[in-house]
Design a protein around this ligand. Structure first.
Ligand code: HEC
Length: 115
């Protein structure tokens, strides 16, 4: 087990196309009040960067992310995907800006309030 984990780490760090720091380790350690607002801050980011695929007629229309309840119901998955830089899909042309990423992660760490 240990040997294969070391091998994966070795392979990842040896790959020049995927620098180890490509995805920032920037998860806020705790929720600093006030939490970002769903309606003013987060919803526009989700609409711009997620809903094109996770919405009507999108690639992932079967898993919609548009309304607060749709996002809140799967907030752990959303956090995992966004924090891991897996979503939005890197080639989708709708990358999160650093500010958008920070707002989204902060809101998720605050428990995804409907505020
Ligand atoms: C270019 C289209 C596209 C965009 C933009 C996109 N996604 Fe996805 N998303 C997908 C596809 C396709 C899958 C399924 C991938 C798979 O299963 O490997 C997926 C899967 C997911 C999943 C895992 C499945 C689930 O519903 O639990 C989550 C969570 C997710 N996306 C969240 C997001 C969020 C949040 C955003 C915006 C920040 C986003 N996605 C933007 C296409 C997209």
């Amino acid at each position: 087990m240990r040997a294969s984990t070391a091998m994966v780490v070795l392979l990842l760090s040896a790959c020049p196309d995927v620098p180890a720091d490509a995805c920032p380790s920037d998860l806020p350690p705790s929720c600093l009040m006030p939490a970002p607002s769903w309606s003013a801050d987060v919803s526009p980011v989700i609409s711009r960067t997620c809903s094109g695929c996770h919405g009507p007629n999108g690639l992932e229309a079967a898993r919609p992310y548009g309304t607060w309840s749709e996002v809140e119901a799967r907030k752990t998955d959303v956090l995992f995907q966004v924090y891991g830089c897996l979503m939005p899909l890197p080639d989708a042309g709708v990358a999160l800006s650093a500010g958008e990423r920070a707002v989204l992660l902060h809101w998720l760490v605050c428990g995804a309030p409907n505020n």
